[in-house]
Design a protein around this ligand. Structure first.
Ligand SMILES: [Zn+2]
Length: 321
């Protein structure tokens, strides 16, 4: 809706259209008509600044591994306005089966991880959040109902982010310090809102393999970016949606090999291996077994620092200052 009204504004005033598209990803008019200041401003809005890859990891570790789980649960369905019990049950599996299996696995390996939780998931599953925190894991922001951030006005995005912040603060007993924007759909107004909330880090962008500082319209922000990538995410390989063409197309063993190659690359470069997973996807028997194997392999390598996203962000920021 907003895009359409924005487009009509653009047609009336083509010389200064950018201000009307503060949040949207699409302006409505074709990019080949944009003048240089306009495409340059779009590119420079949120940029990668200095690298925050530390010279050495904690206690001299050779590589850092940060495991994360996005507890989308029922919000993957609700976000689309769907109330299908059939589809909601798939998300319910994430809470009933996926998270307990993940927590058991992490406990067996004595590892801590980060869980990014939409506000609605936290309200639907308060006991889960209490257990996650009690077992020493981090809880970070992941939108309100897994909304598409780029579709929101700035005020709606602010309101939802604050509501999610308050909800997670209550659910986990402490204010979250990091955010993963739902679907990594980082809008042109997300960064100022992250700054308003005083967050330490974001984990939604893809400009590097290593941590870096976010730059807001040319100005360094002090916000740490812990970059993600679809290649280091279970969903593209193992996702399934009955109503669309999305099908699991990769065997768990092949996914393990890809993740392992990413880990080995990080090890060779002395860098960060950050993995994004989803309880309703990775929590199945054949897949949690694959994750177990991967963790056992990584633990067998000398000099691996397993850390939560918060620990990584704090360490990199301190090492850079
Ligand atoms: Zn998600």
């Amino acid at each position: 809706m907003r895009r359409r009204s924005g487009a009509s504004v653009v047609r009336r005033a083509p010389a200064r259209p950018a201000a009307h598209h503060a949040t949207g990803n699409g302006a409505g008019d074709p990019a080949w008509t944009w003048d240089e200041p306009r495409w340059r401003a779009a590119v420079n809005k949120v940029r990668a600044g200095r690298s925050l890859k530390p010279a050495r990891w904690k206690n001299g570790a050779r590589v850092c591994v940060a495991l994360s789980f996005d507890s989308d649960h029922e919000t993957s369905t609700l976000r689309e306005g769907s109330t299908s019990p059939g589809r909601l049950a798939q998300g319910e599996y994430g809470a009933r089966v996926g998270v307990p299996r993940i927590l058991d696995l992490l406990r067996r390996h004595e590892l801590h991880a980060s869980f990014f939780v939409p506000g609605v998931s936290a309200k639907l599953h308060p006991d889960e959040q209490r257990r996650v925190v009690a077992e020493g894991h981090e809880i970070g922001l992941h939108g309100w109902i897994h909304e598409g951030t780029s579709e929101l006005t700035e005020s709606a995005e602010r309101e939802l982010m604050r509501r999610a912040f308050d909800t997670l603060t209550k659910a986990s007993g402490r204010p979250p310090v990091g955010v993963r924007v739902p679907s990594w759909d980082f809008s042109a107004t997300t960064l100022p809102l992250i700054r308003e909330l005083g967050l330490l880090y974001d984990s939604s962008l893809m400009a590097d393999d290593e941590p870096y500082e976010l730059v807001d319209d040319g100005k360094p922000t002090g916000i740490v970016e812990l970059p993600v990538e679809w290649i280091k995410d279970d969903a593209p390989y193992l996702g399934m949606n009955r109503a669309t063409a999305i099908r699991p197309y990769t065997a768990p063993s092949a996914v393990r090999d890809i993740f392992r190659a990413e880990f080995e690359g990080a090890l060779a470069e002395g860098g960060l291996f950050l993995l994004t997973m989803h309880p309703h996807i990775i929590g199945h028997r054949s897949r949690i077994g694959m994750l177990d194997e991967l963790i056992r392999y990584m633990k067998g390598v000398p000099g691996v620092w397993f850390a939560t996203h918060e620990e990584v962000a704090r360490y990199c920021k301190a090492a850079a200052s």
